[in-house]
Ligand binder design. Sequence first.
Ligand SMILES: Nc1nc2c(c(CN[C@H]3C=C[C@H](O)[C@@H]3O)cn2[C@@H]2O[C@H](COP(=O)(O)O)[C@@H](O)[C@H]2O)c(=O)[nH]1
Length: 341
Amino acid sequence: MEALPSPLESARFIAGRSRDVSVDEEGARKVAESLFDKASEAAFGLSGWKALHELNPRAASEEAVNWVFLVDTLNFSFWSDGAEQKCLVRYKGKAYSGYWALCAAVNRALDDGIPITSASYYATMTLDQVRQVFRSDTEVPMPLLEERHRVLNESGTVLLEKFGGSFLTCVKMSENSAQKLLRLVVENFPSYRDEAVFEKKKVSFYKRAQILVADTWSVLEGKGDGFFGDISSLTIFADYRIPQVLVHLKAMKYSEDLMKKLREGTVFKSGDREEVEIRGCSIWCCTLICKHLLELYEKKGQDMRDQINAVLLDYYLWDYARDHREDMKDVPFHRVRCIYY
Ligand SMILES: Nc1nc2c(c(CN[C@H]3C=C[C@H](O)[C@@H]3O)cn2[C@@H]2O[C@H](COP(=O)(O)O)[C@@H](O)[C@H]2O)c(=O)[nH]1
């Protein structure tokens, strides 16, 4: 398989030629300063993945790793067409939306005795079974159920044929290298090949592949098979929430023309120039925020490279976006229906 430029190299290339999206260096620096105290709190660290999110597995087991693989294989496109109604999944007395609706549906299935995290089950799941497991508790279904069915069958079959049915086998083959695991995932699981062409050059984002590596690191608590010496080489995960929060925090800017299209709810296609610029500049902007944060600590004689990286910055910004929905309602997010994010 042809090796494309990494997401970081792609982001640098895109940000340097972007027309409708710009990274505000001063804004990025101000965000880094605002995160200075937060970055040394425990919740900013790896333990937050379990401590802050009740639906994530508590264990650091093979079963938990396979939960992560299933969820990140389906971790895409939760935004709803209309503002009025959206897909909700009720679980243990709480209603979940968006990405959390996916996790709630998985946990609901497991509680009902459905082995949804077993490759031998989802490799041959029928569309009706997918509709049942991921059913919404409102009139609005989870988006792209047919695509989720296809991706489940495909990923389950590959996991059975190449990795003995367990993603932990794939993790072990990476020999504690995040980049090697990223490559194994992209080479073997086609639905993770999140790539585009920008100004005639192939670029990569690998949003789901990178978050899969990050969530594997998190669920295994950065230990044993889940220790990755190069975890800091990952970038943030270019979804549709991170760009929104970066614009809200004034670290990134859209042109008037692009803002108008976003406000009108334009649905872009995967690979459209505007989409590629938004995703590439988001990755580049967060690279700068991380750099500034580390420099601020360095000035105080502290080497925080083990406590601050793009993964932890991403998790923080994504949670921030979730918790500040109201404050961010005037900043539109870009709409693309795809299986990549
Ligand atoms: N950049 C980034 N994008 C992320 C995640 C997550 C959840 N993962 C972590 C969160 C808590 C645990 O720590 C999980 O590890 C989902 N998404 C994306 O967001 C979108 C869904 O948004 P909403 O419609 O608001 O639910 C969709 O594109 C989905 O793919 C993340 O962490 N970072």
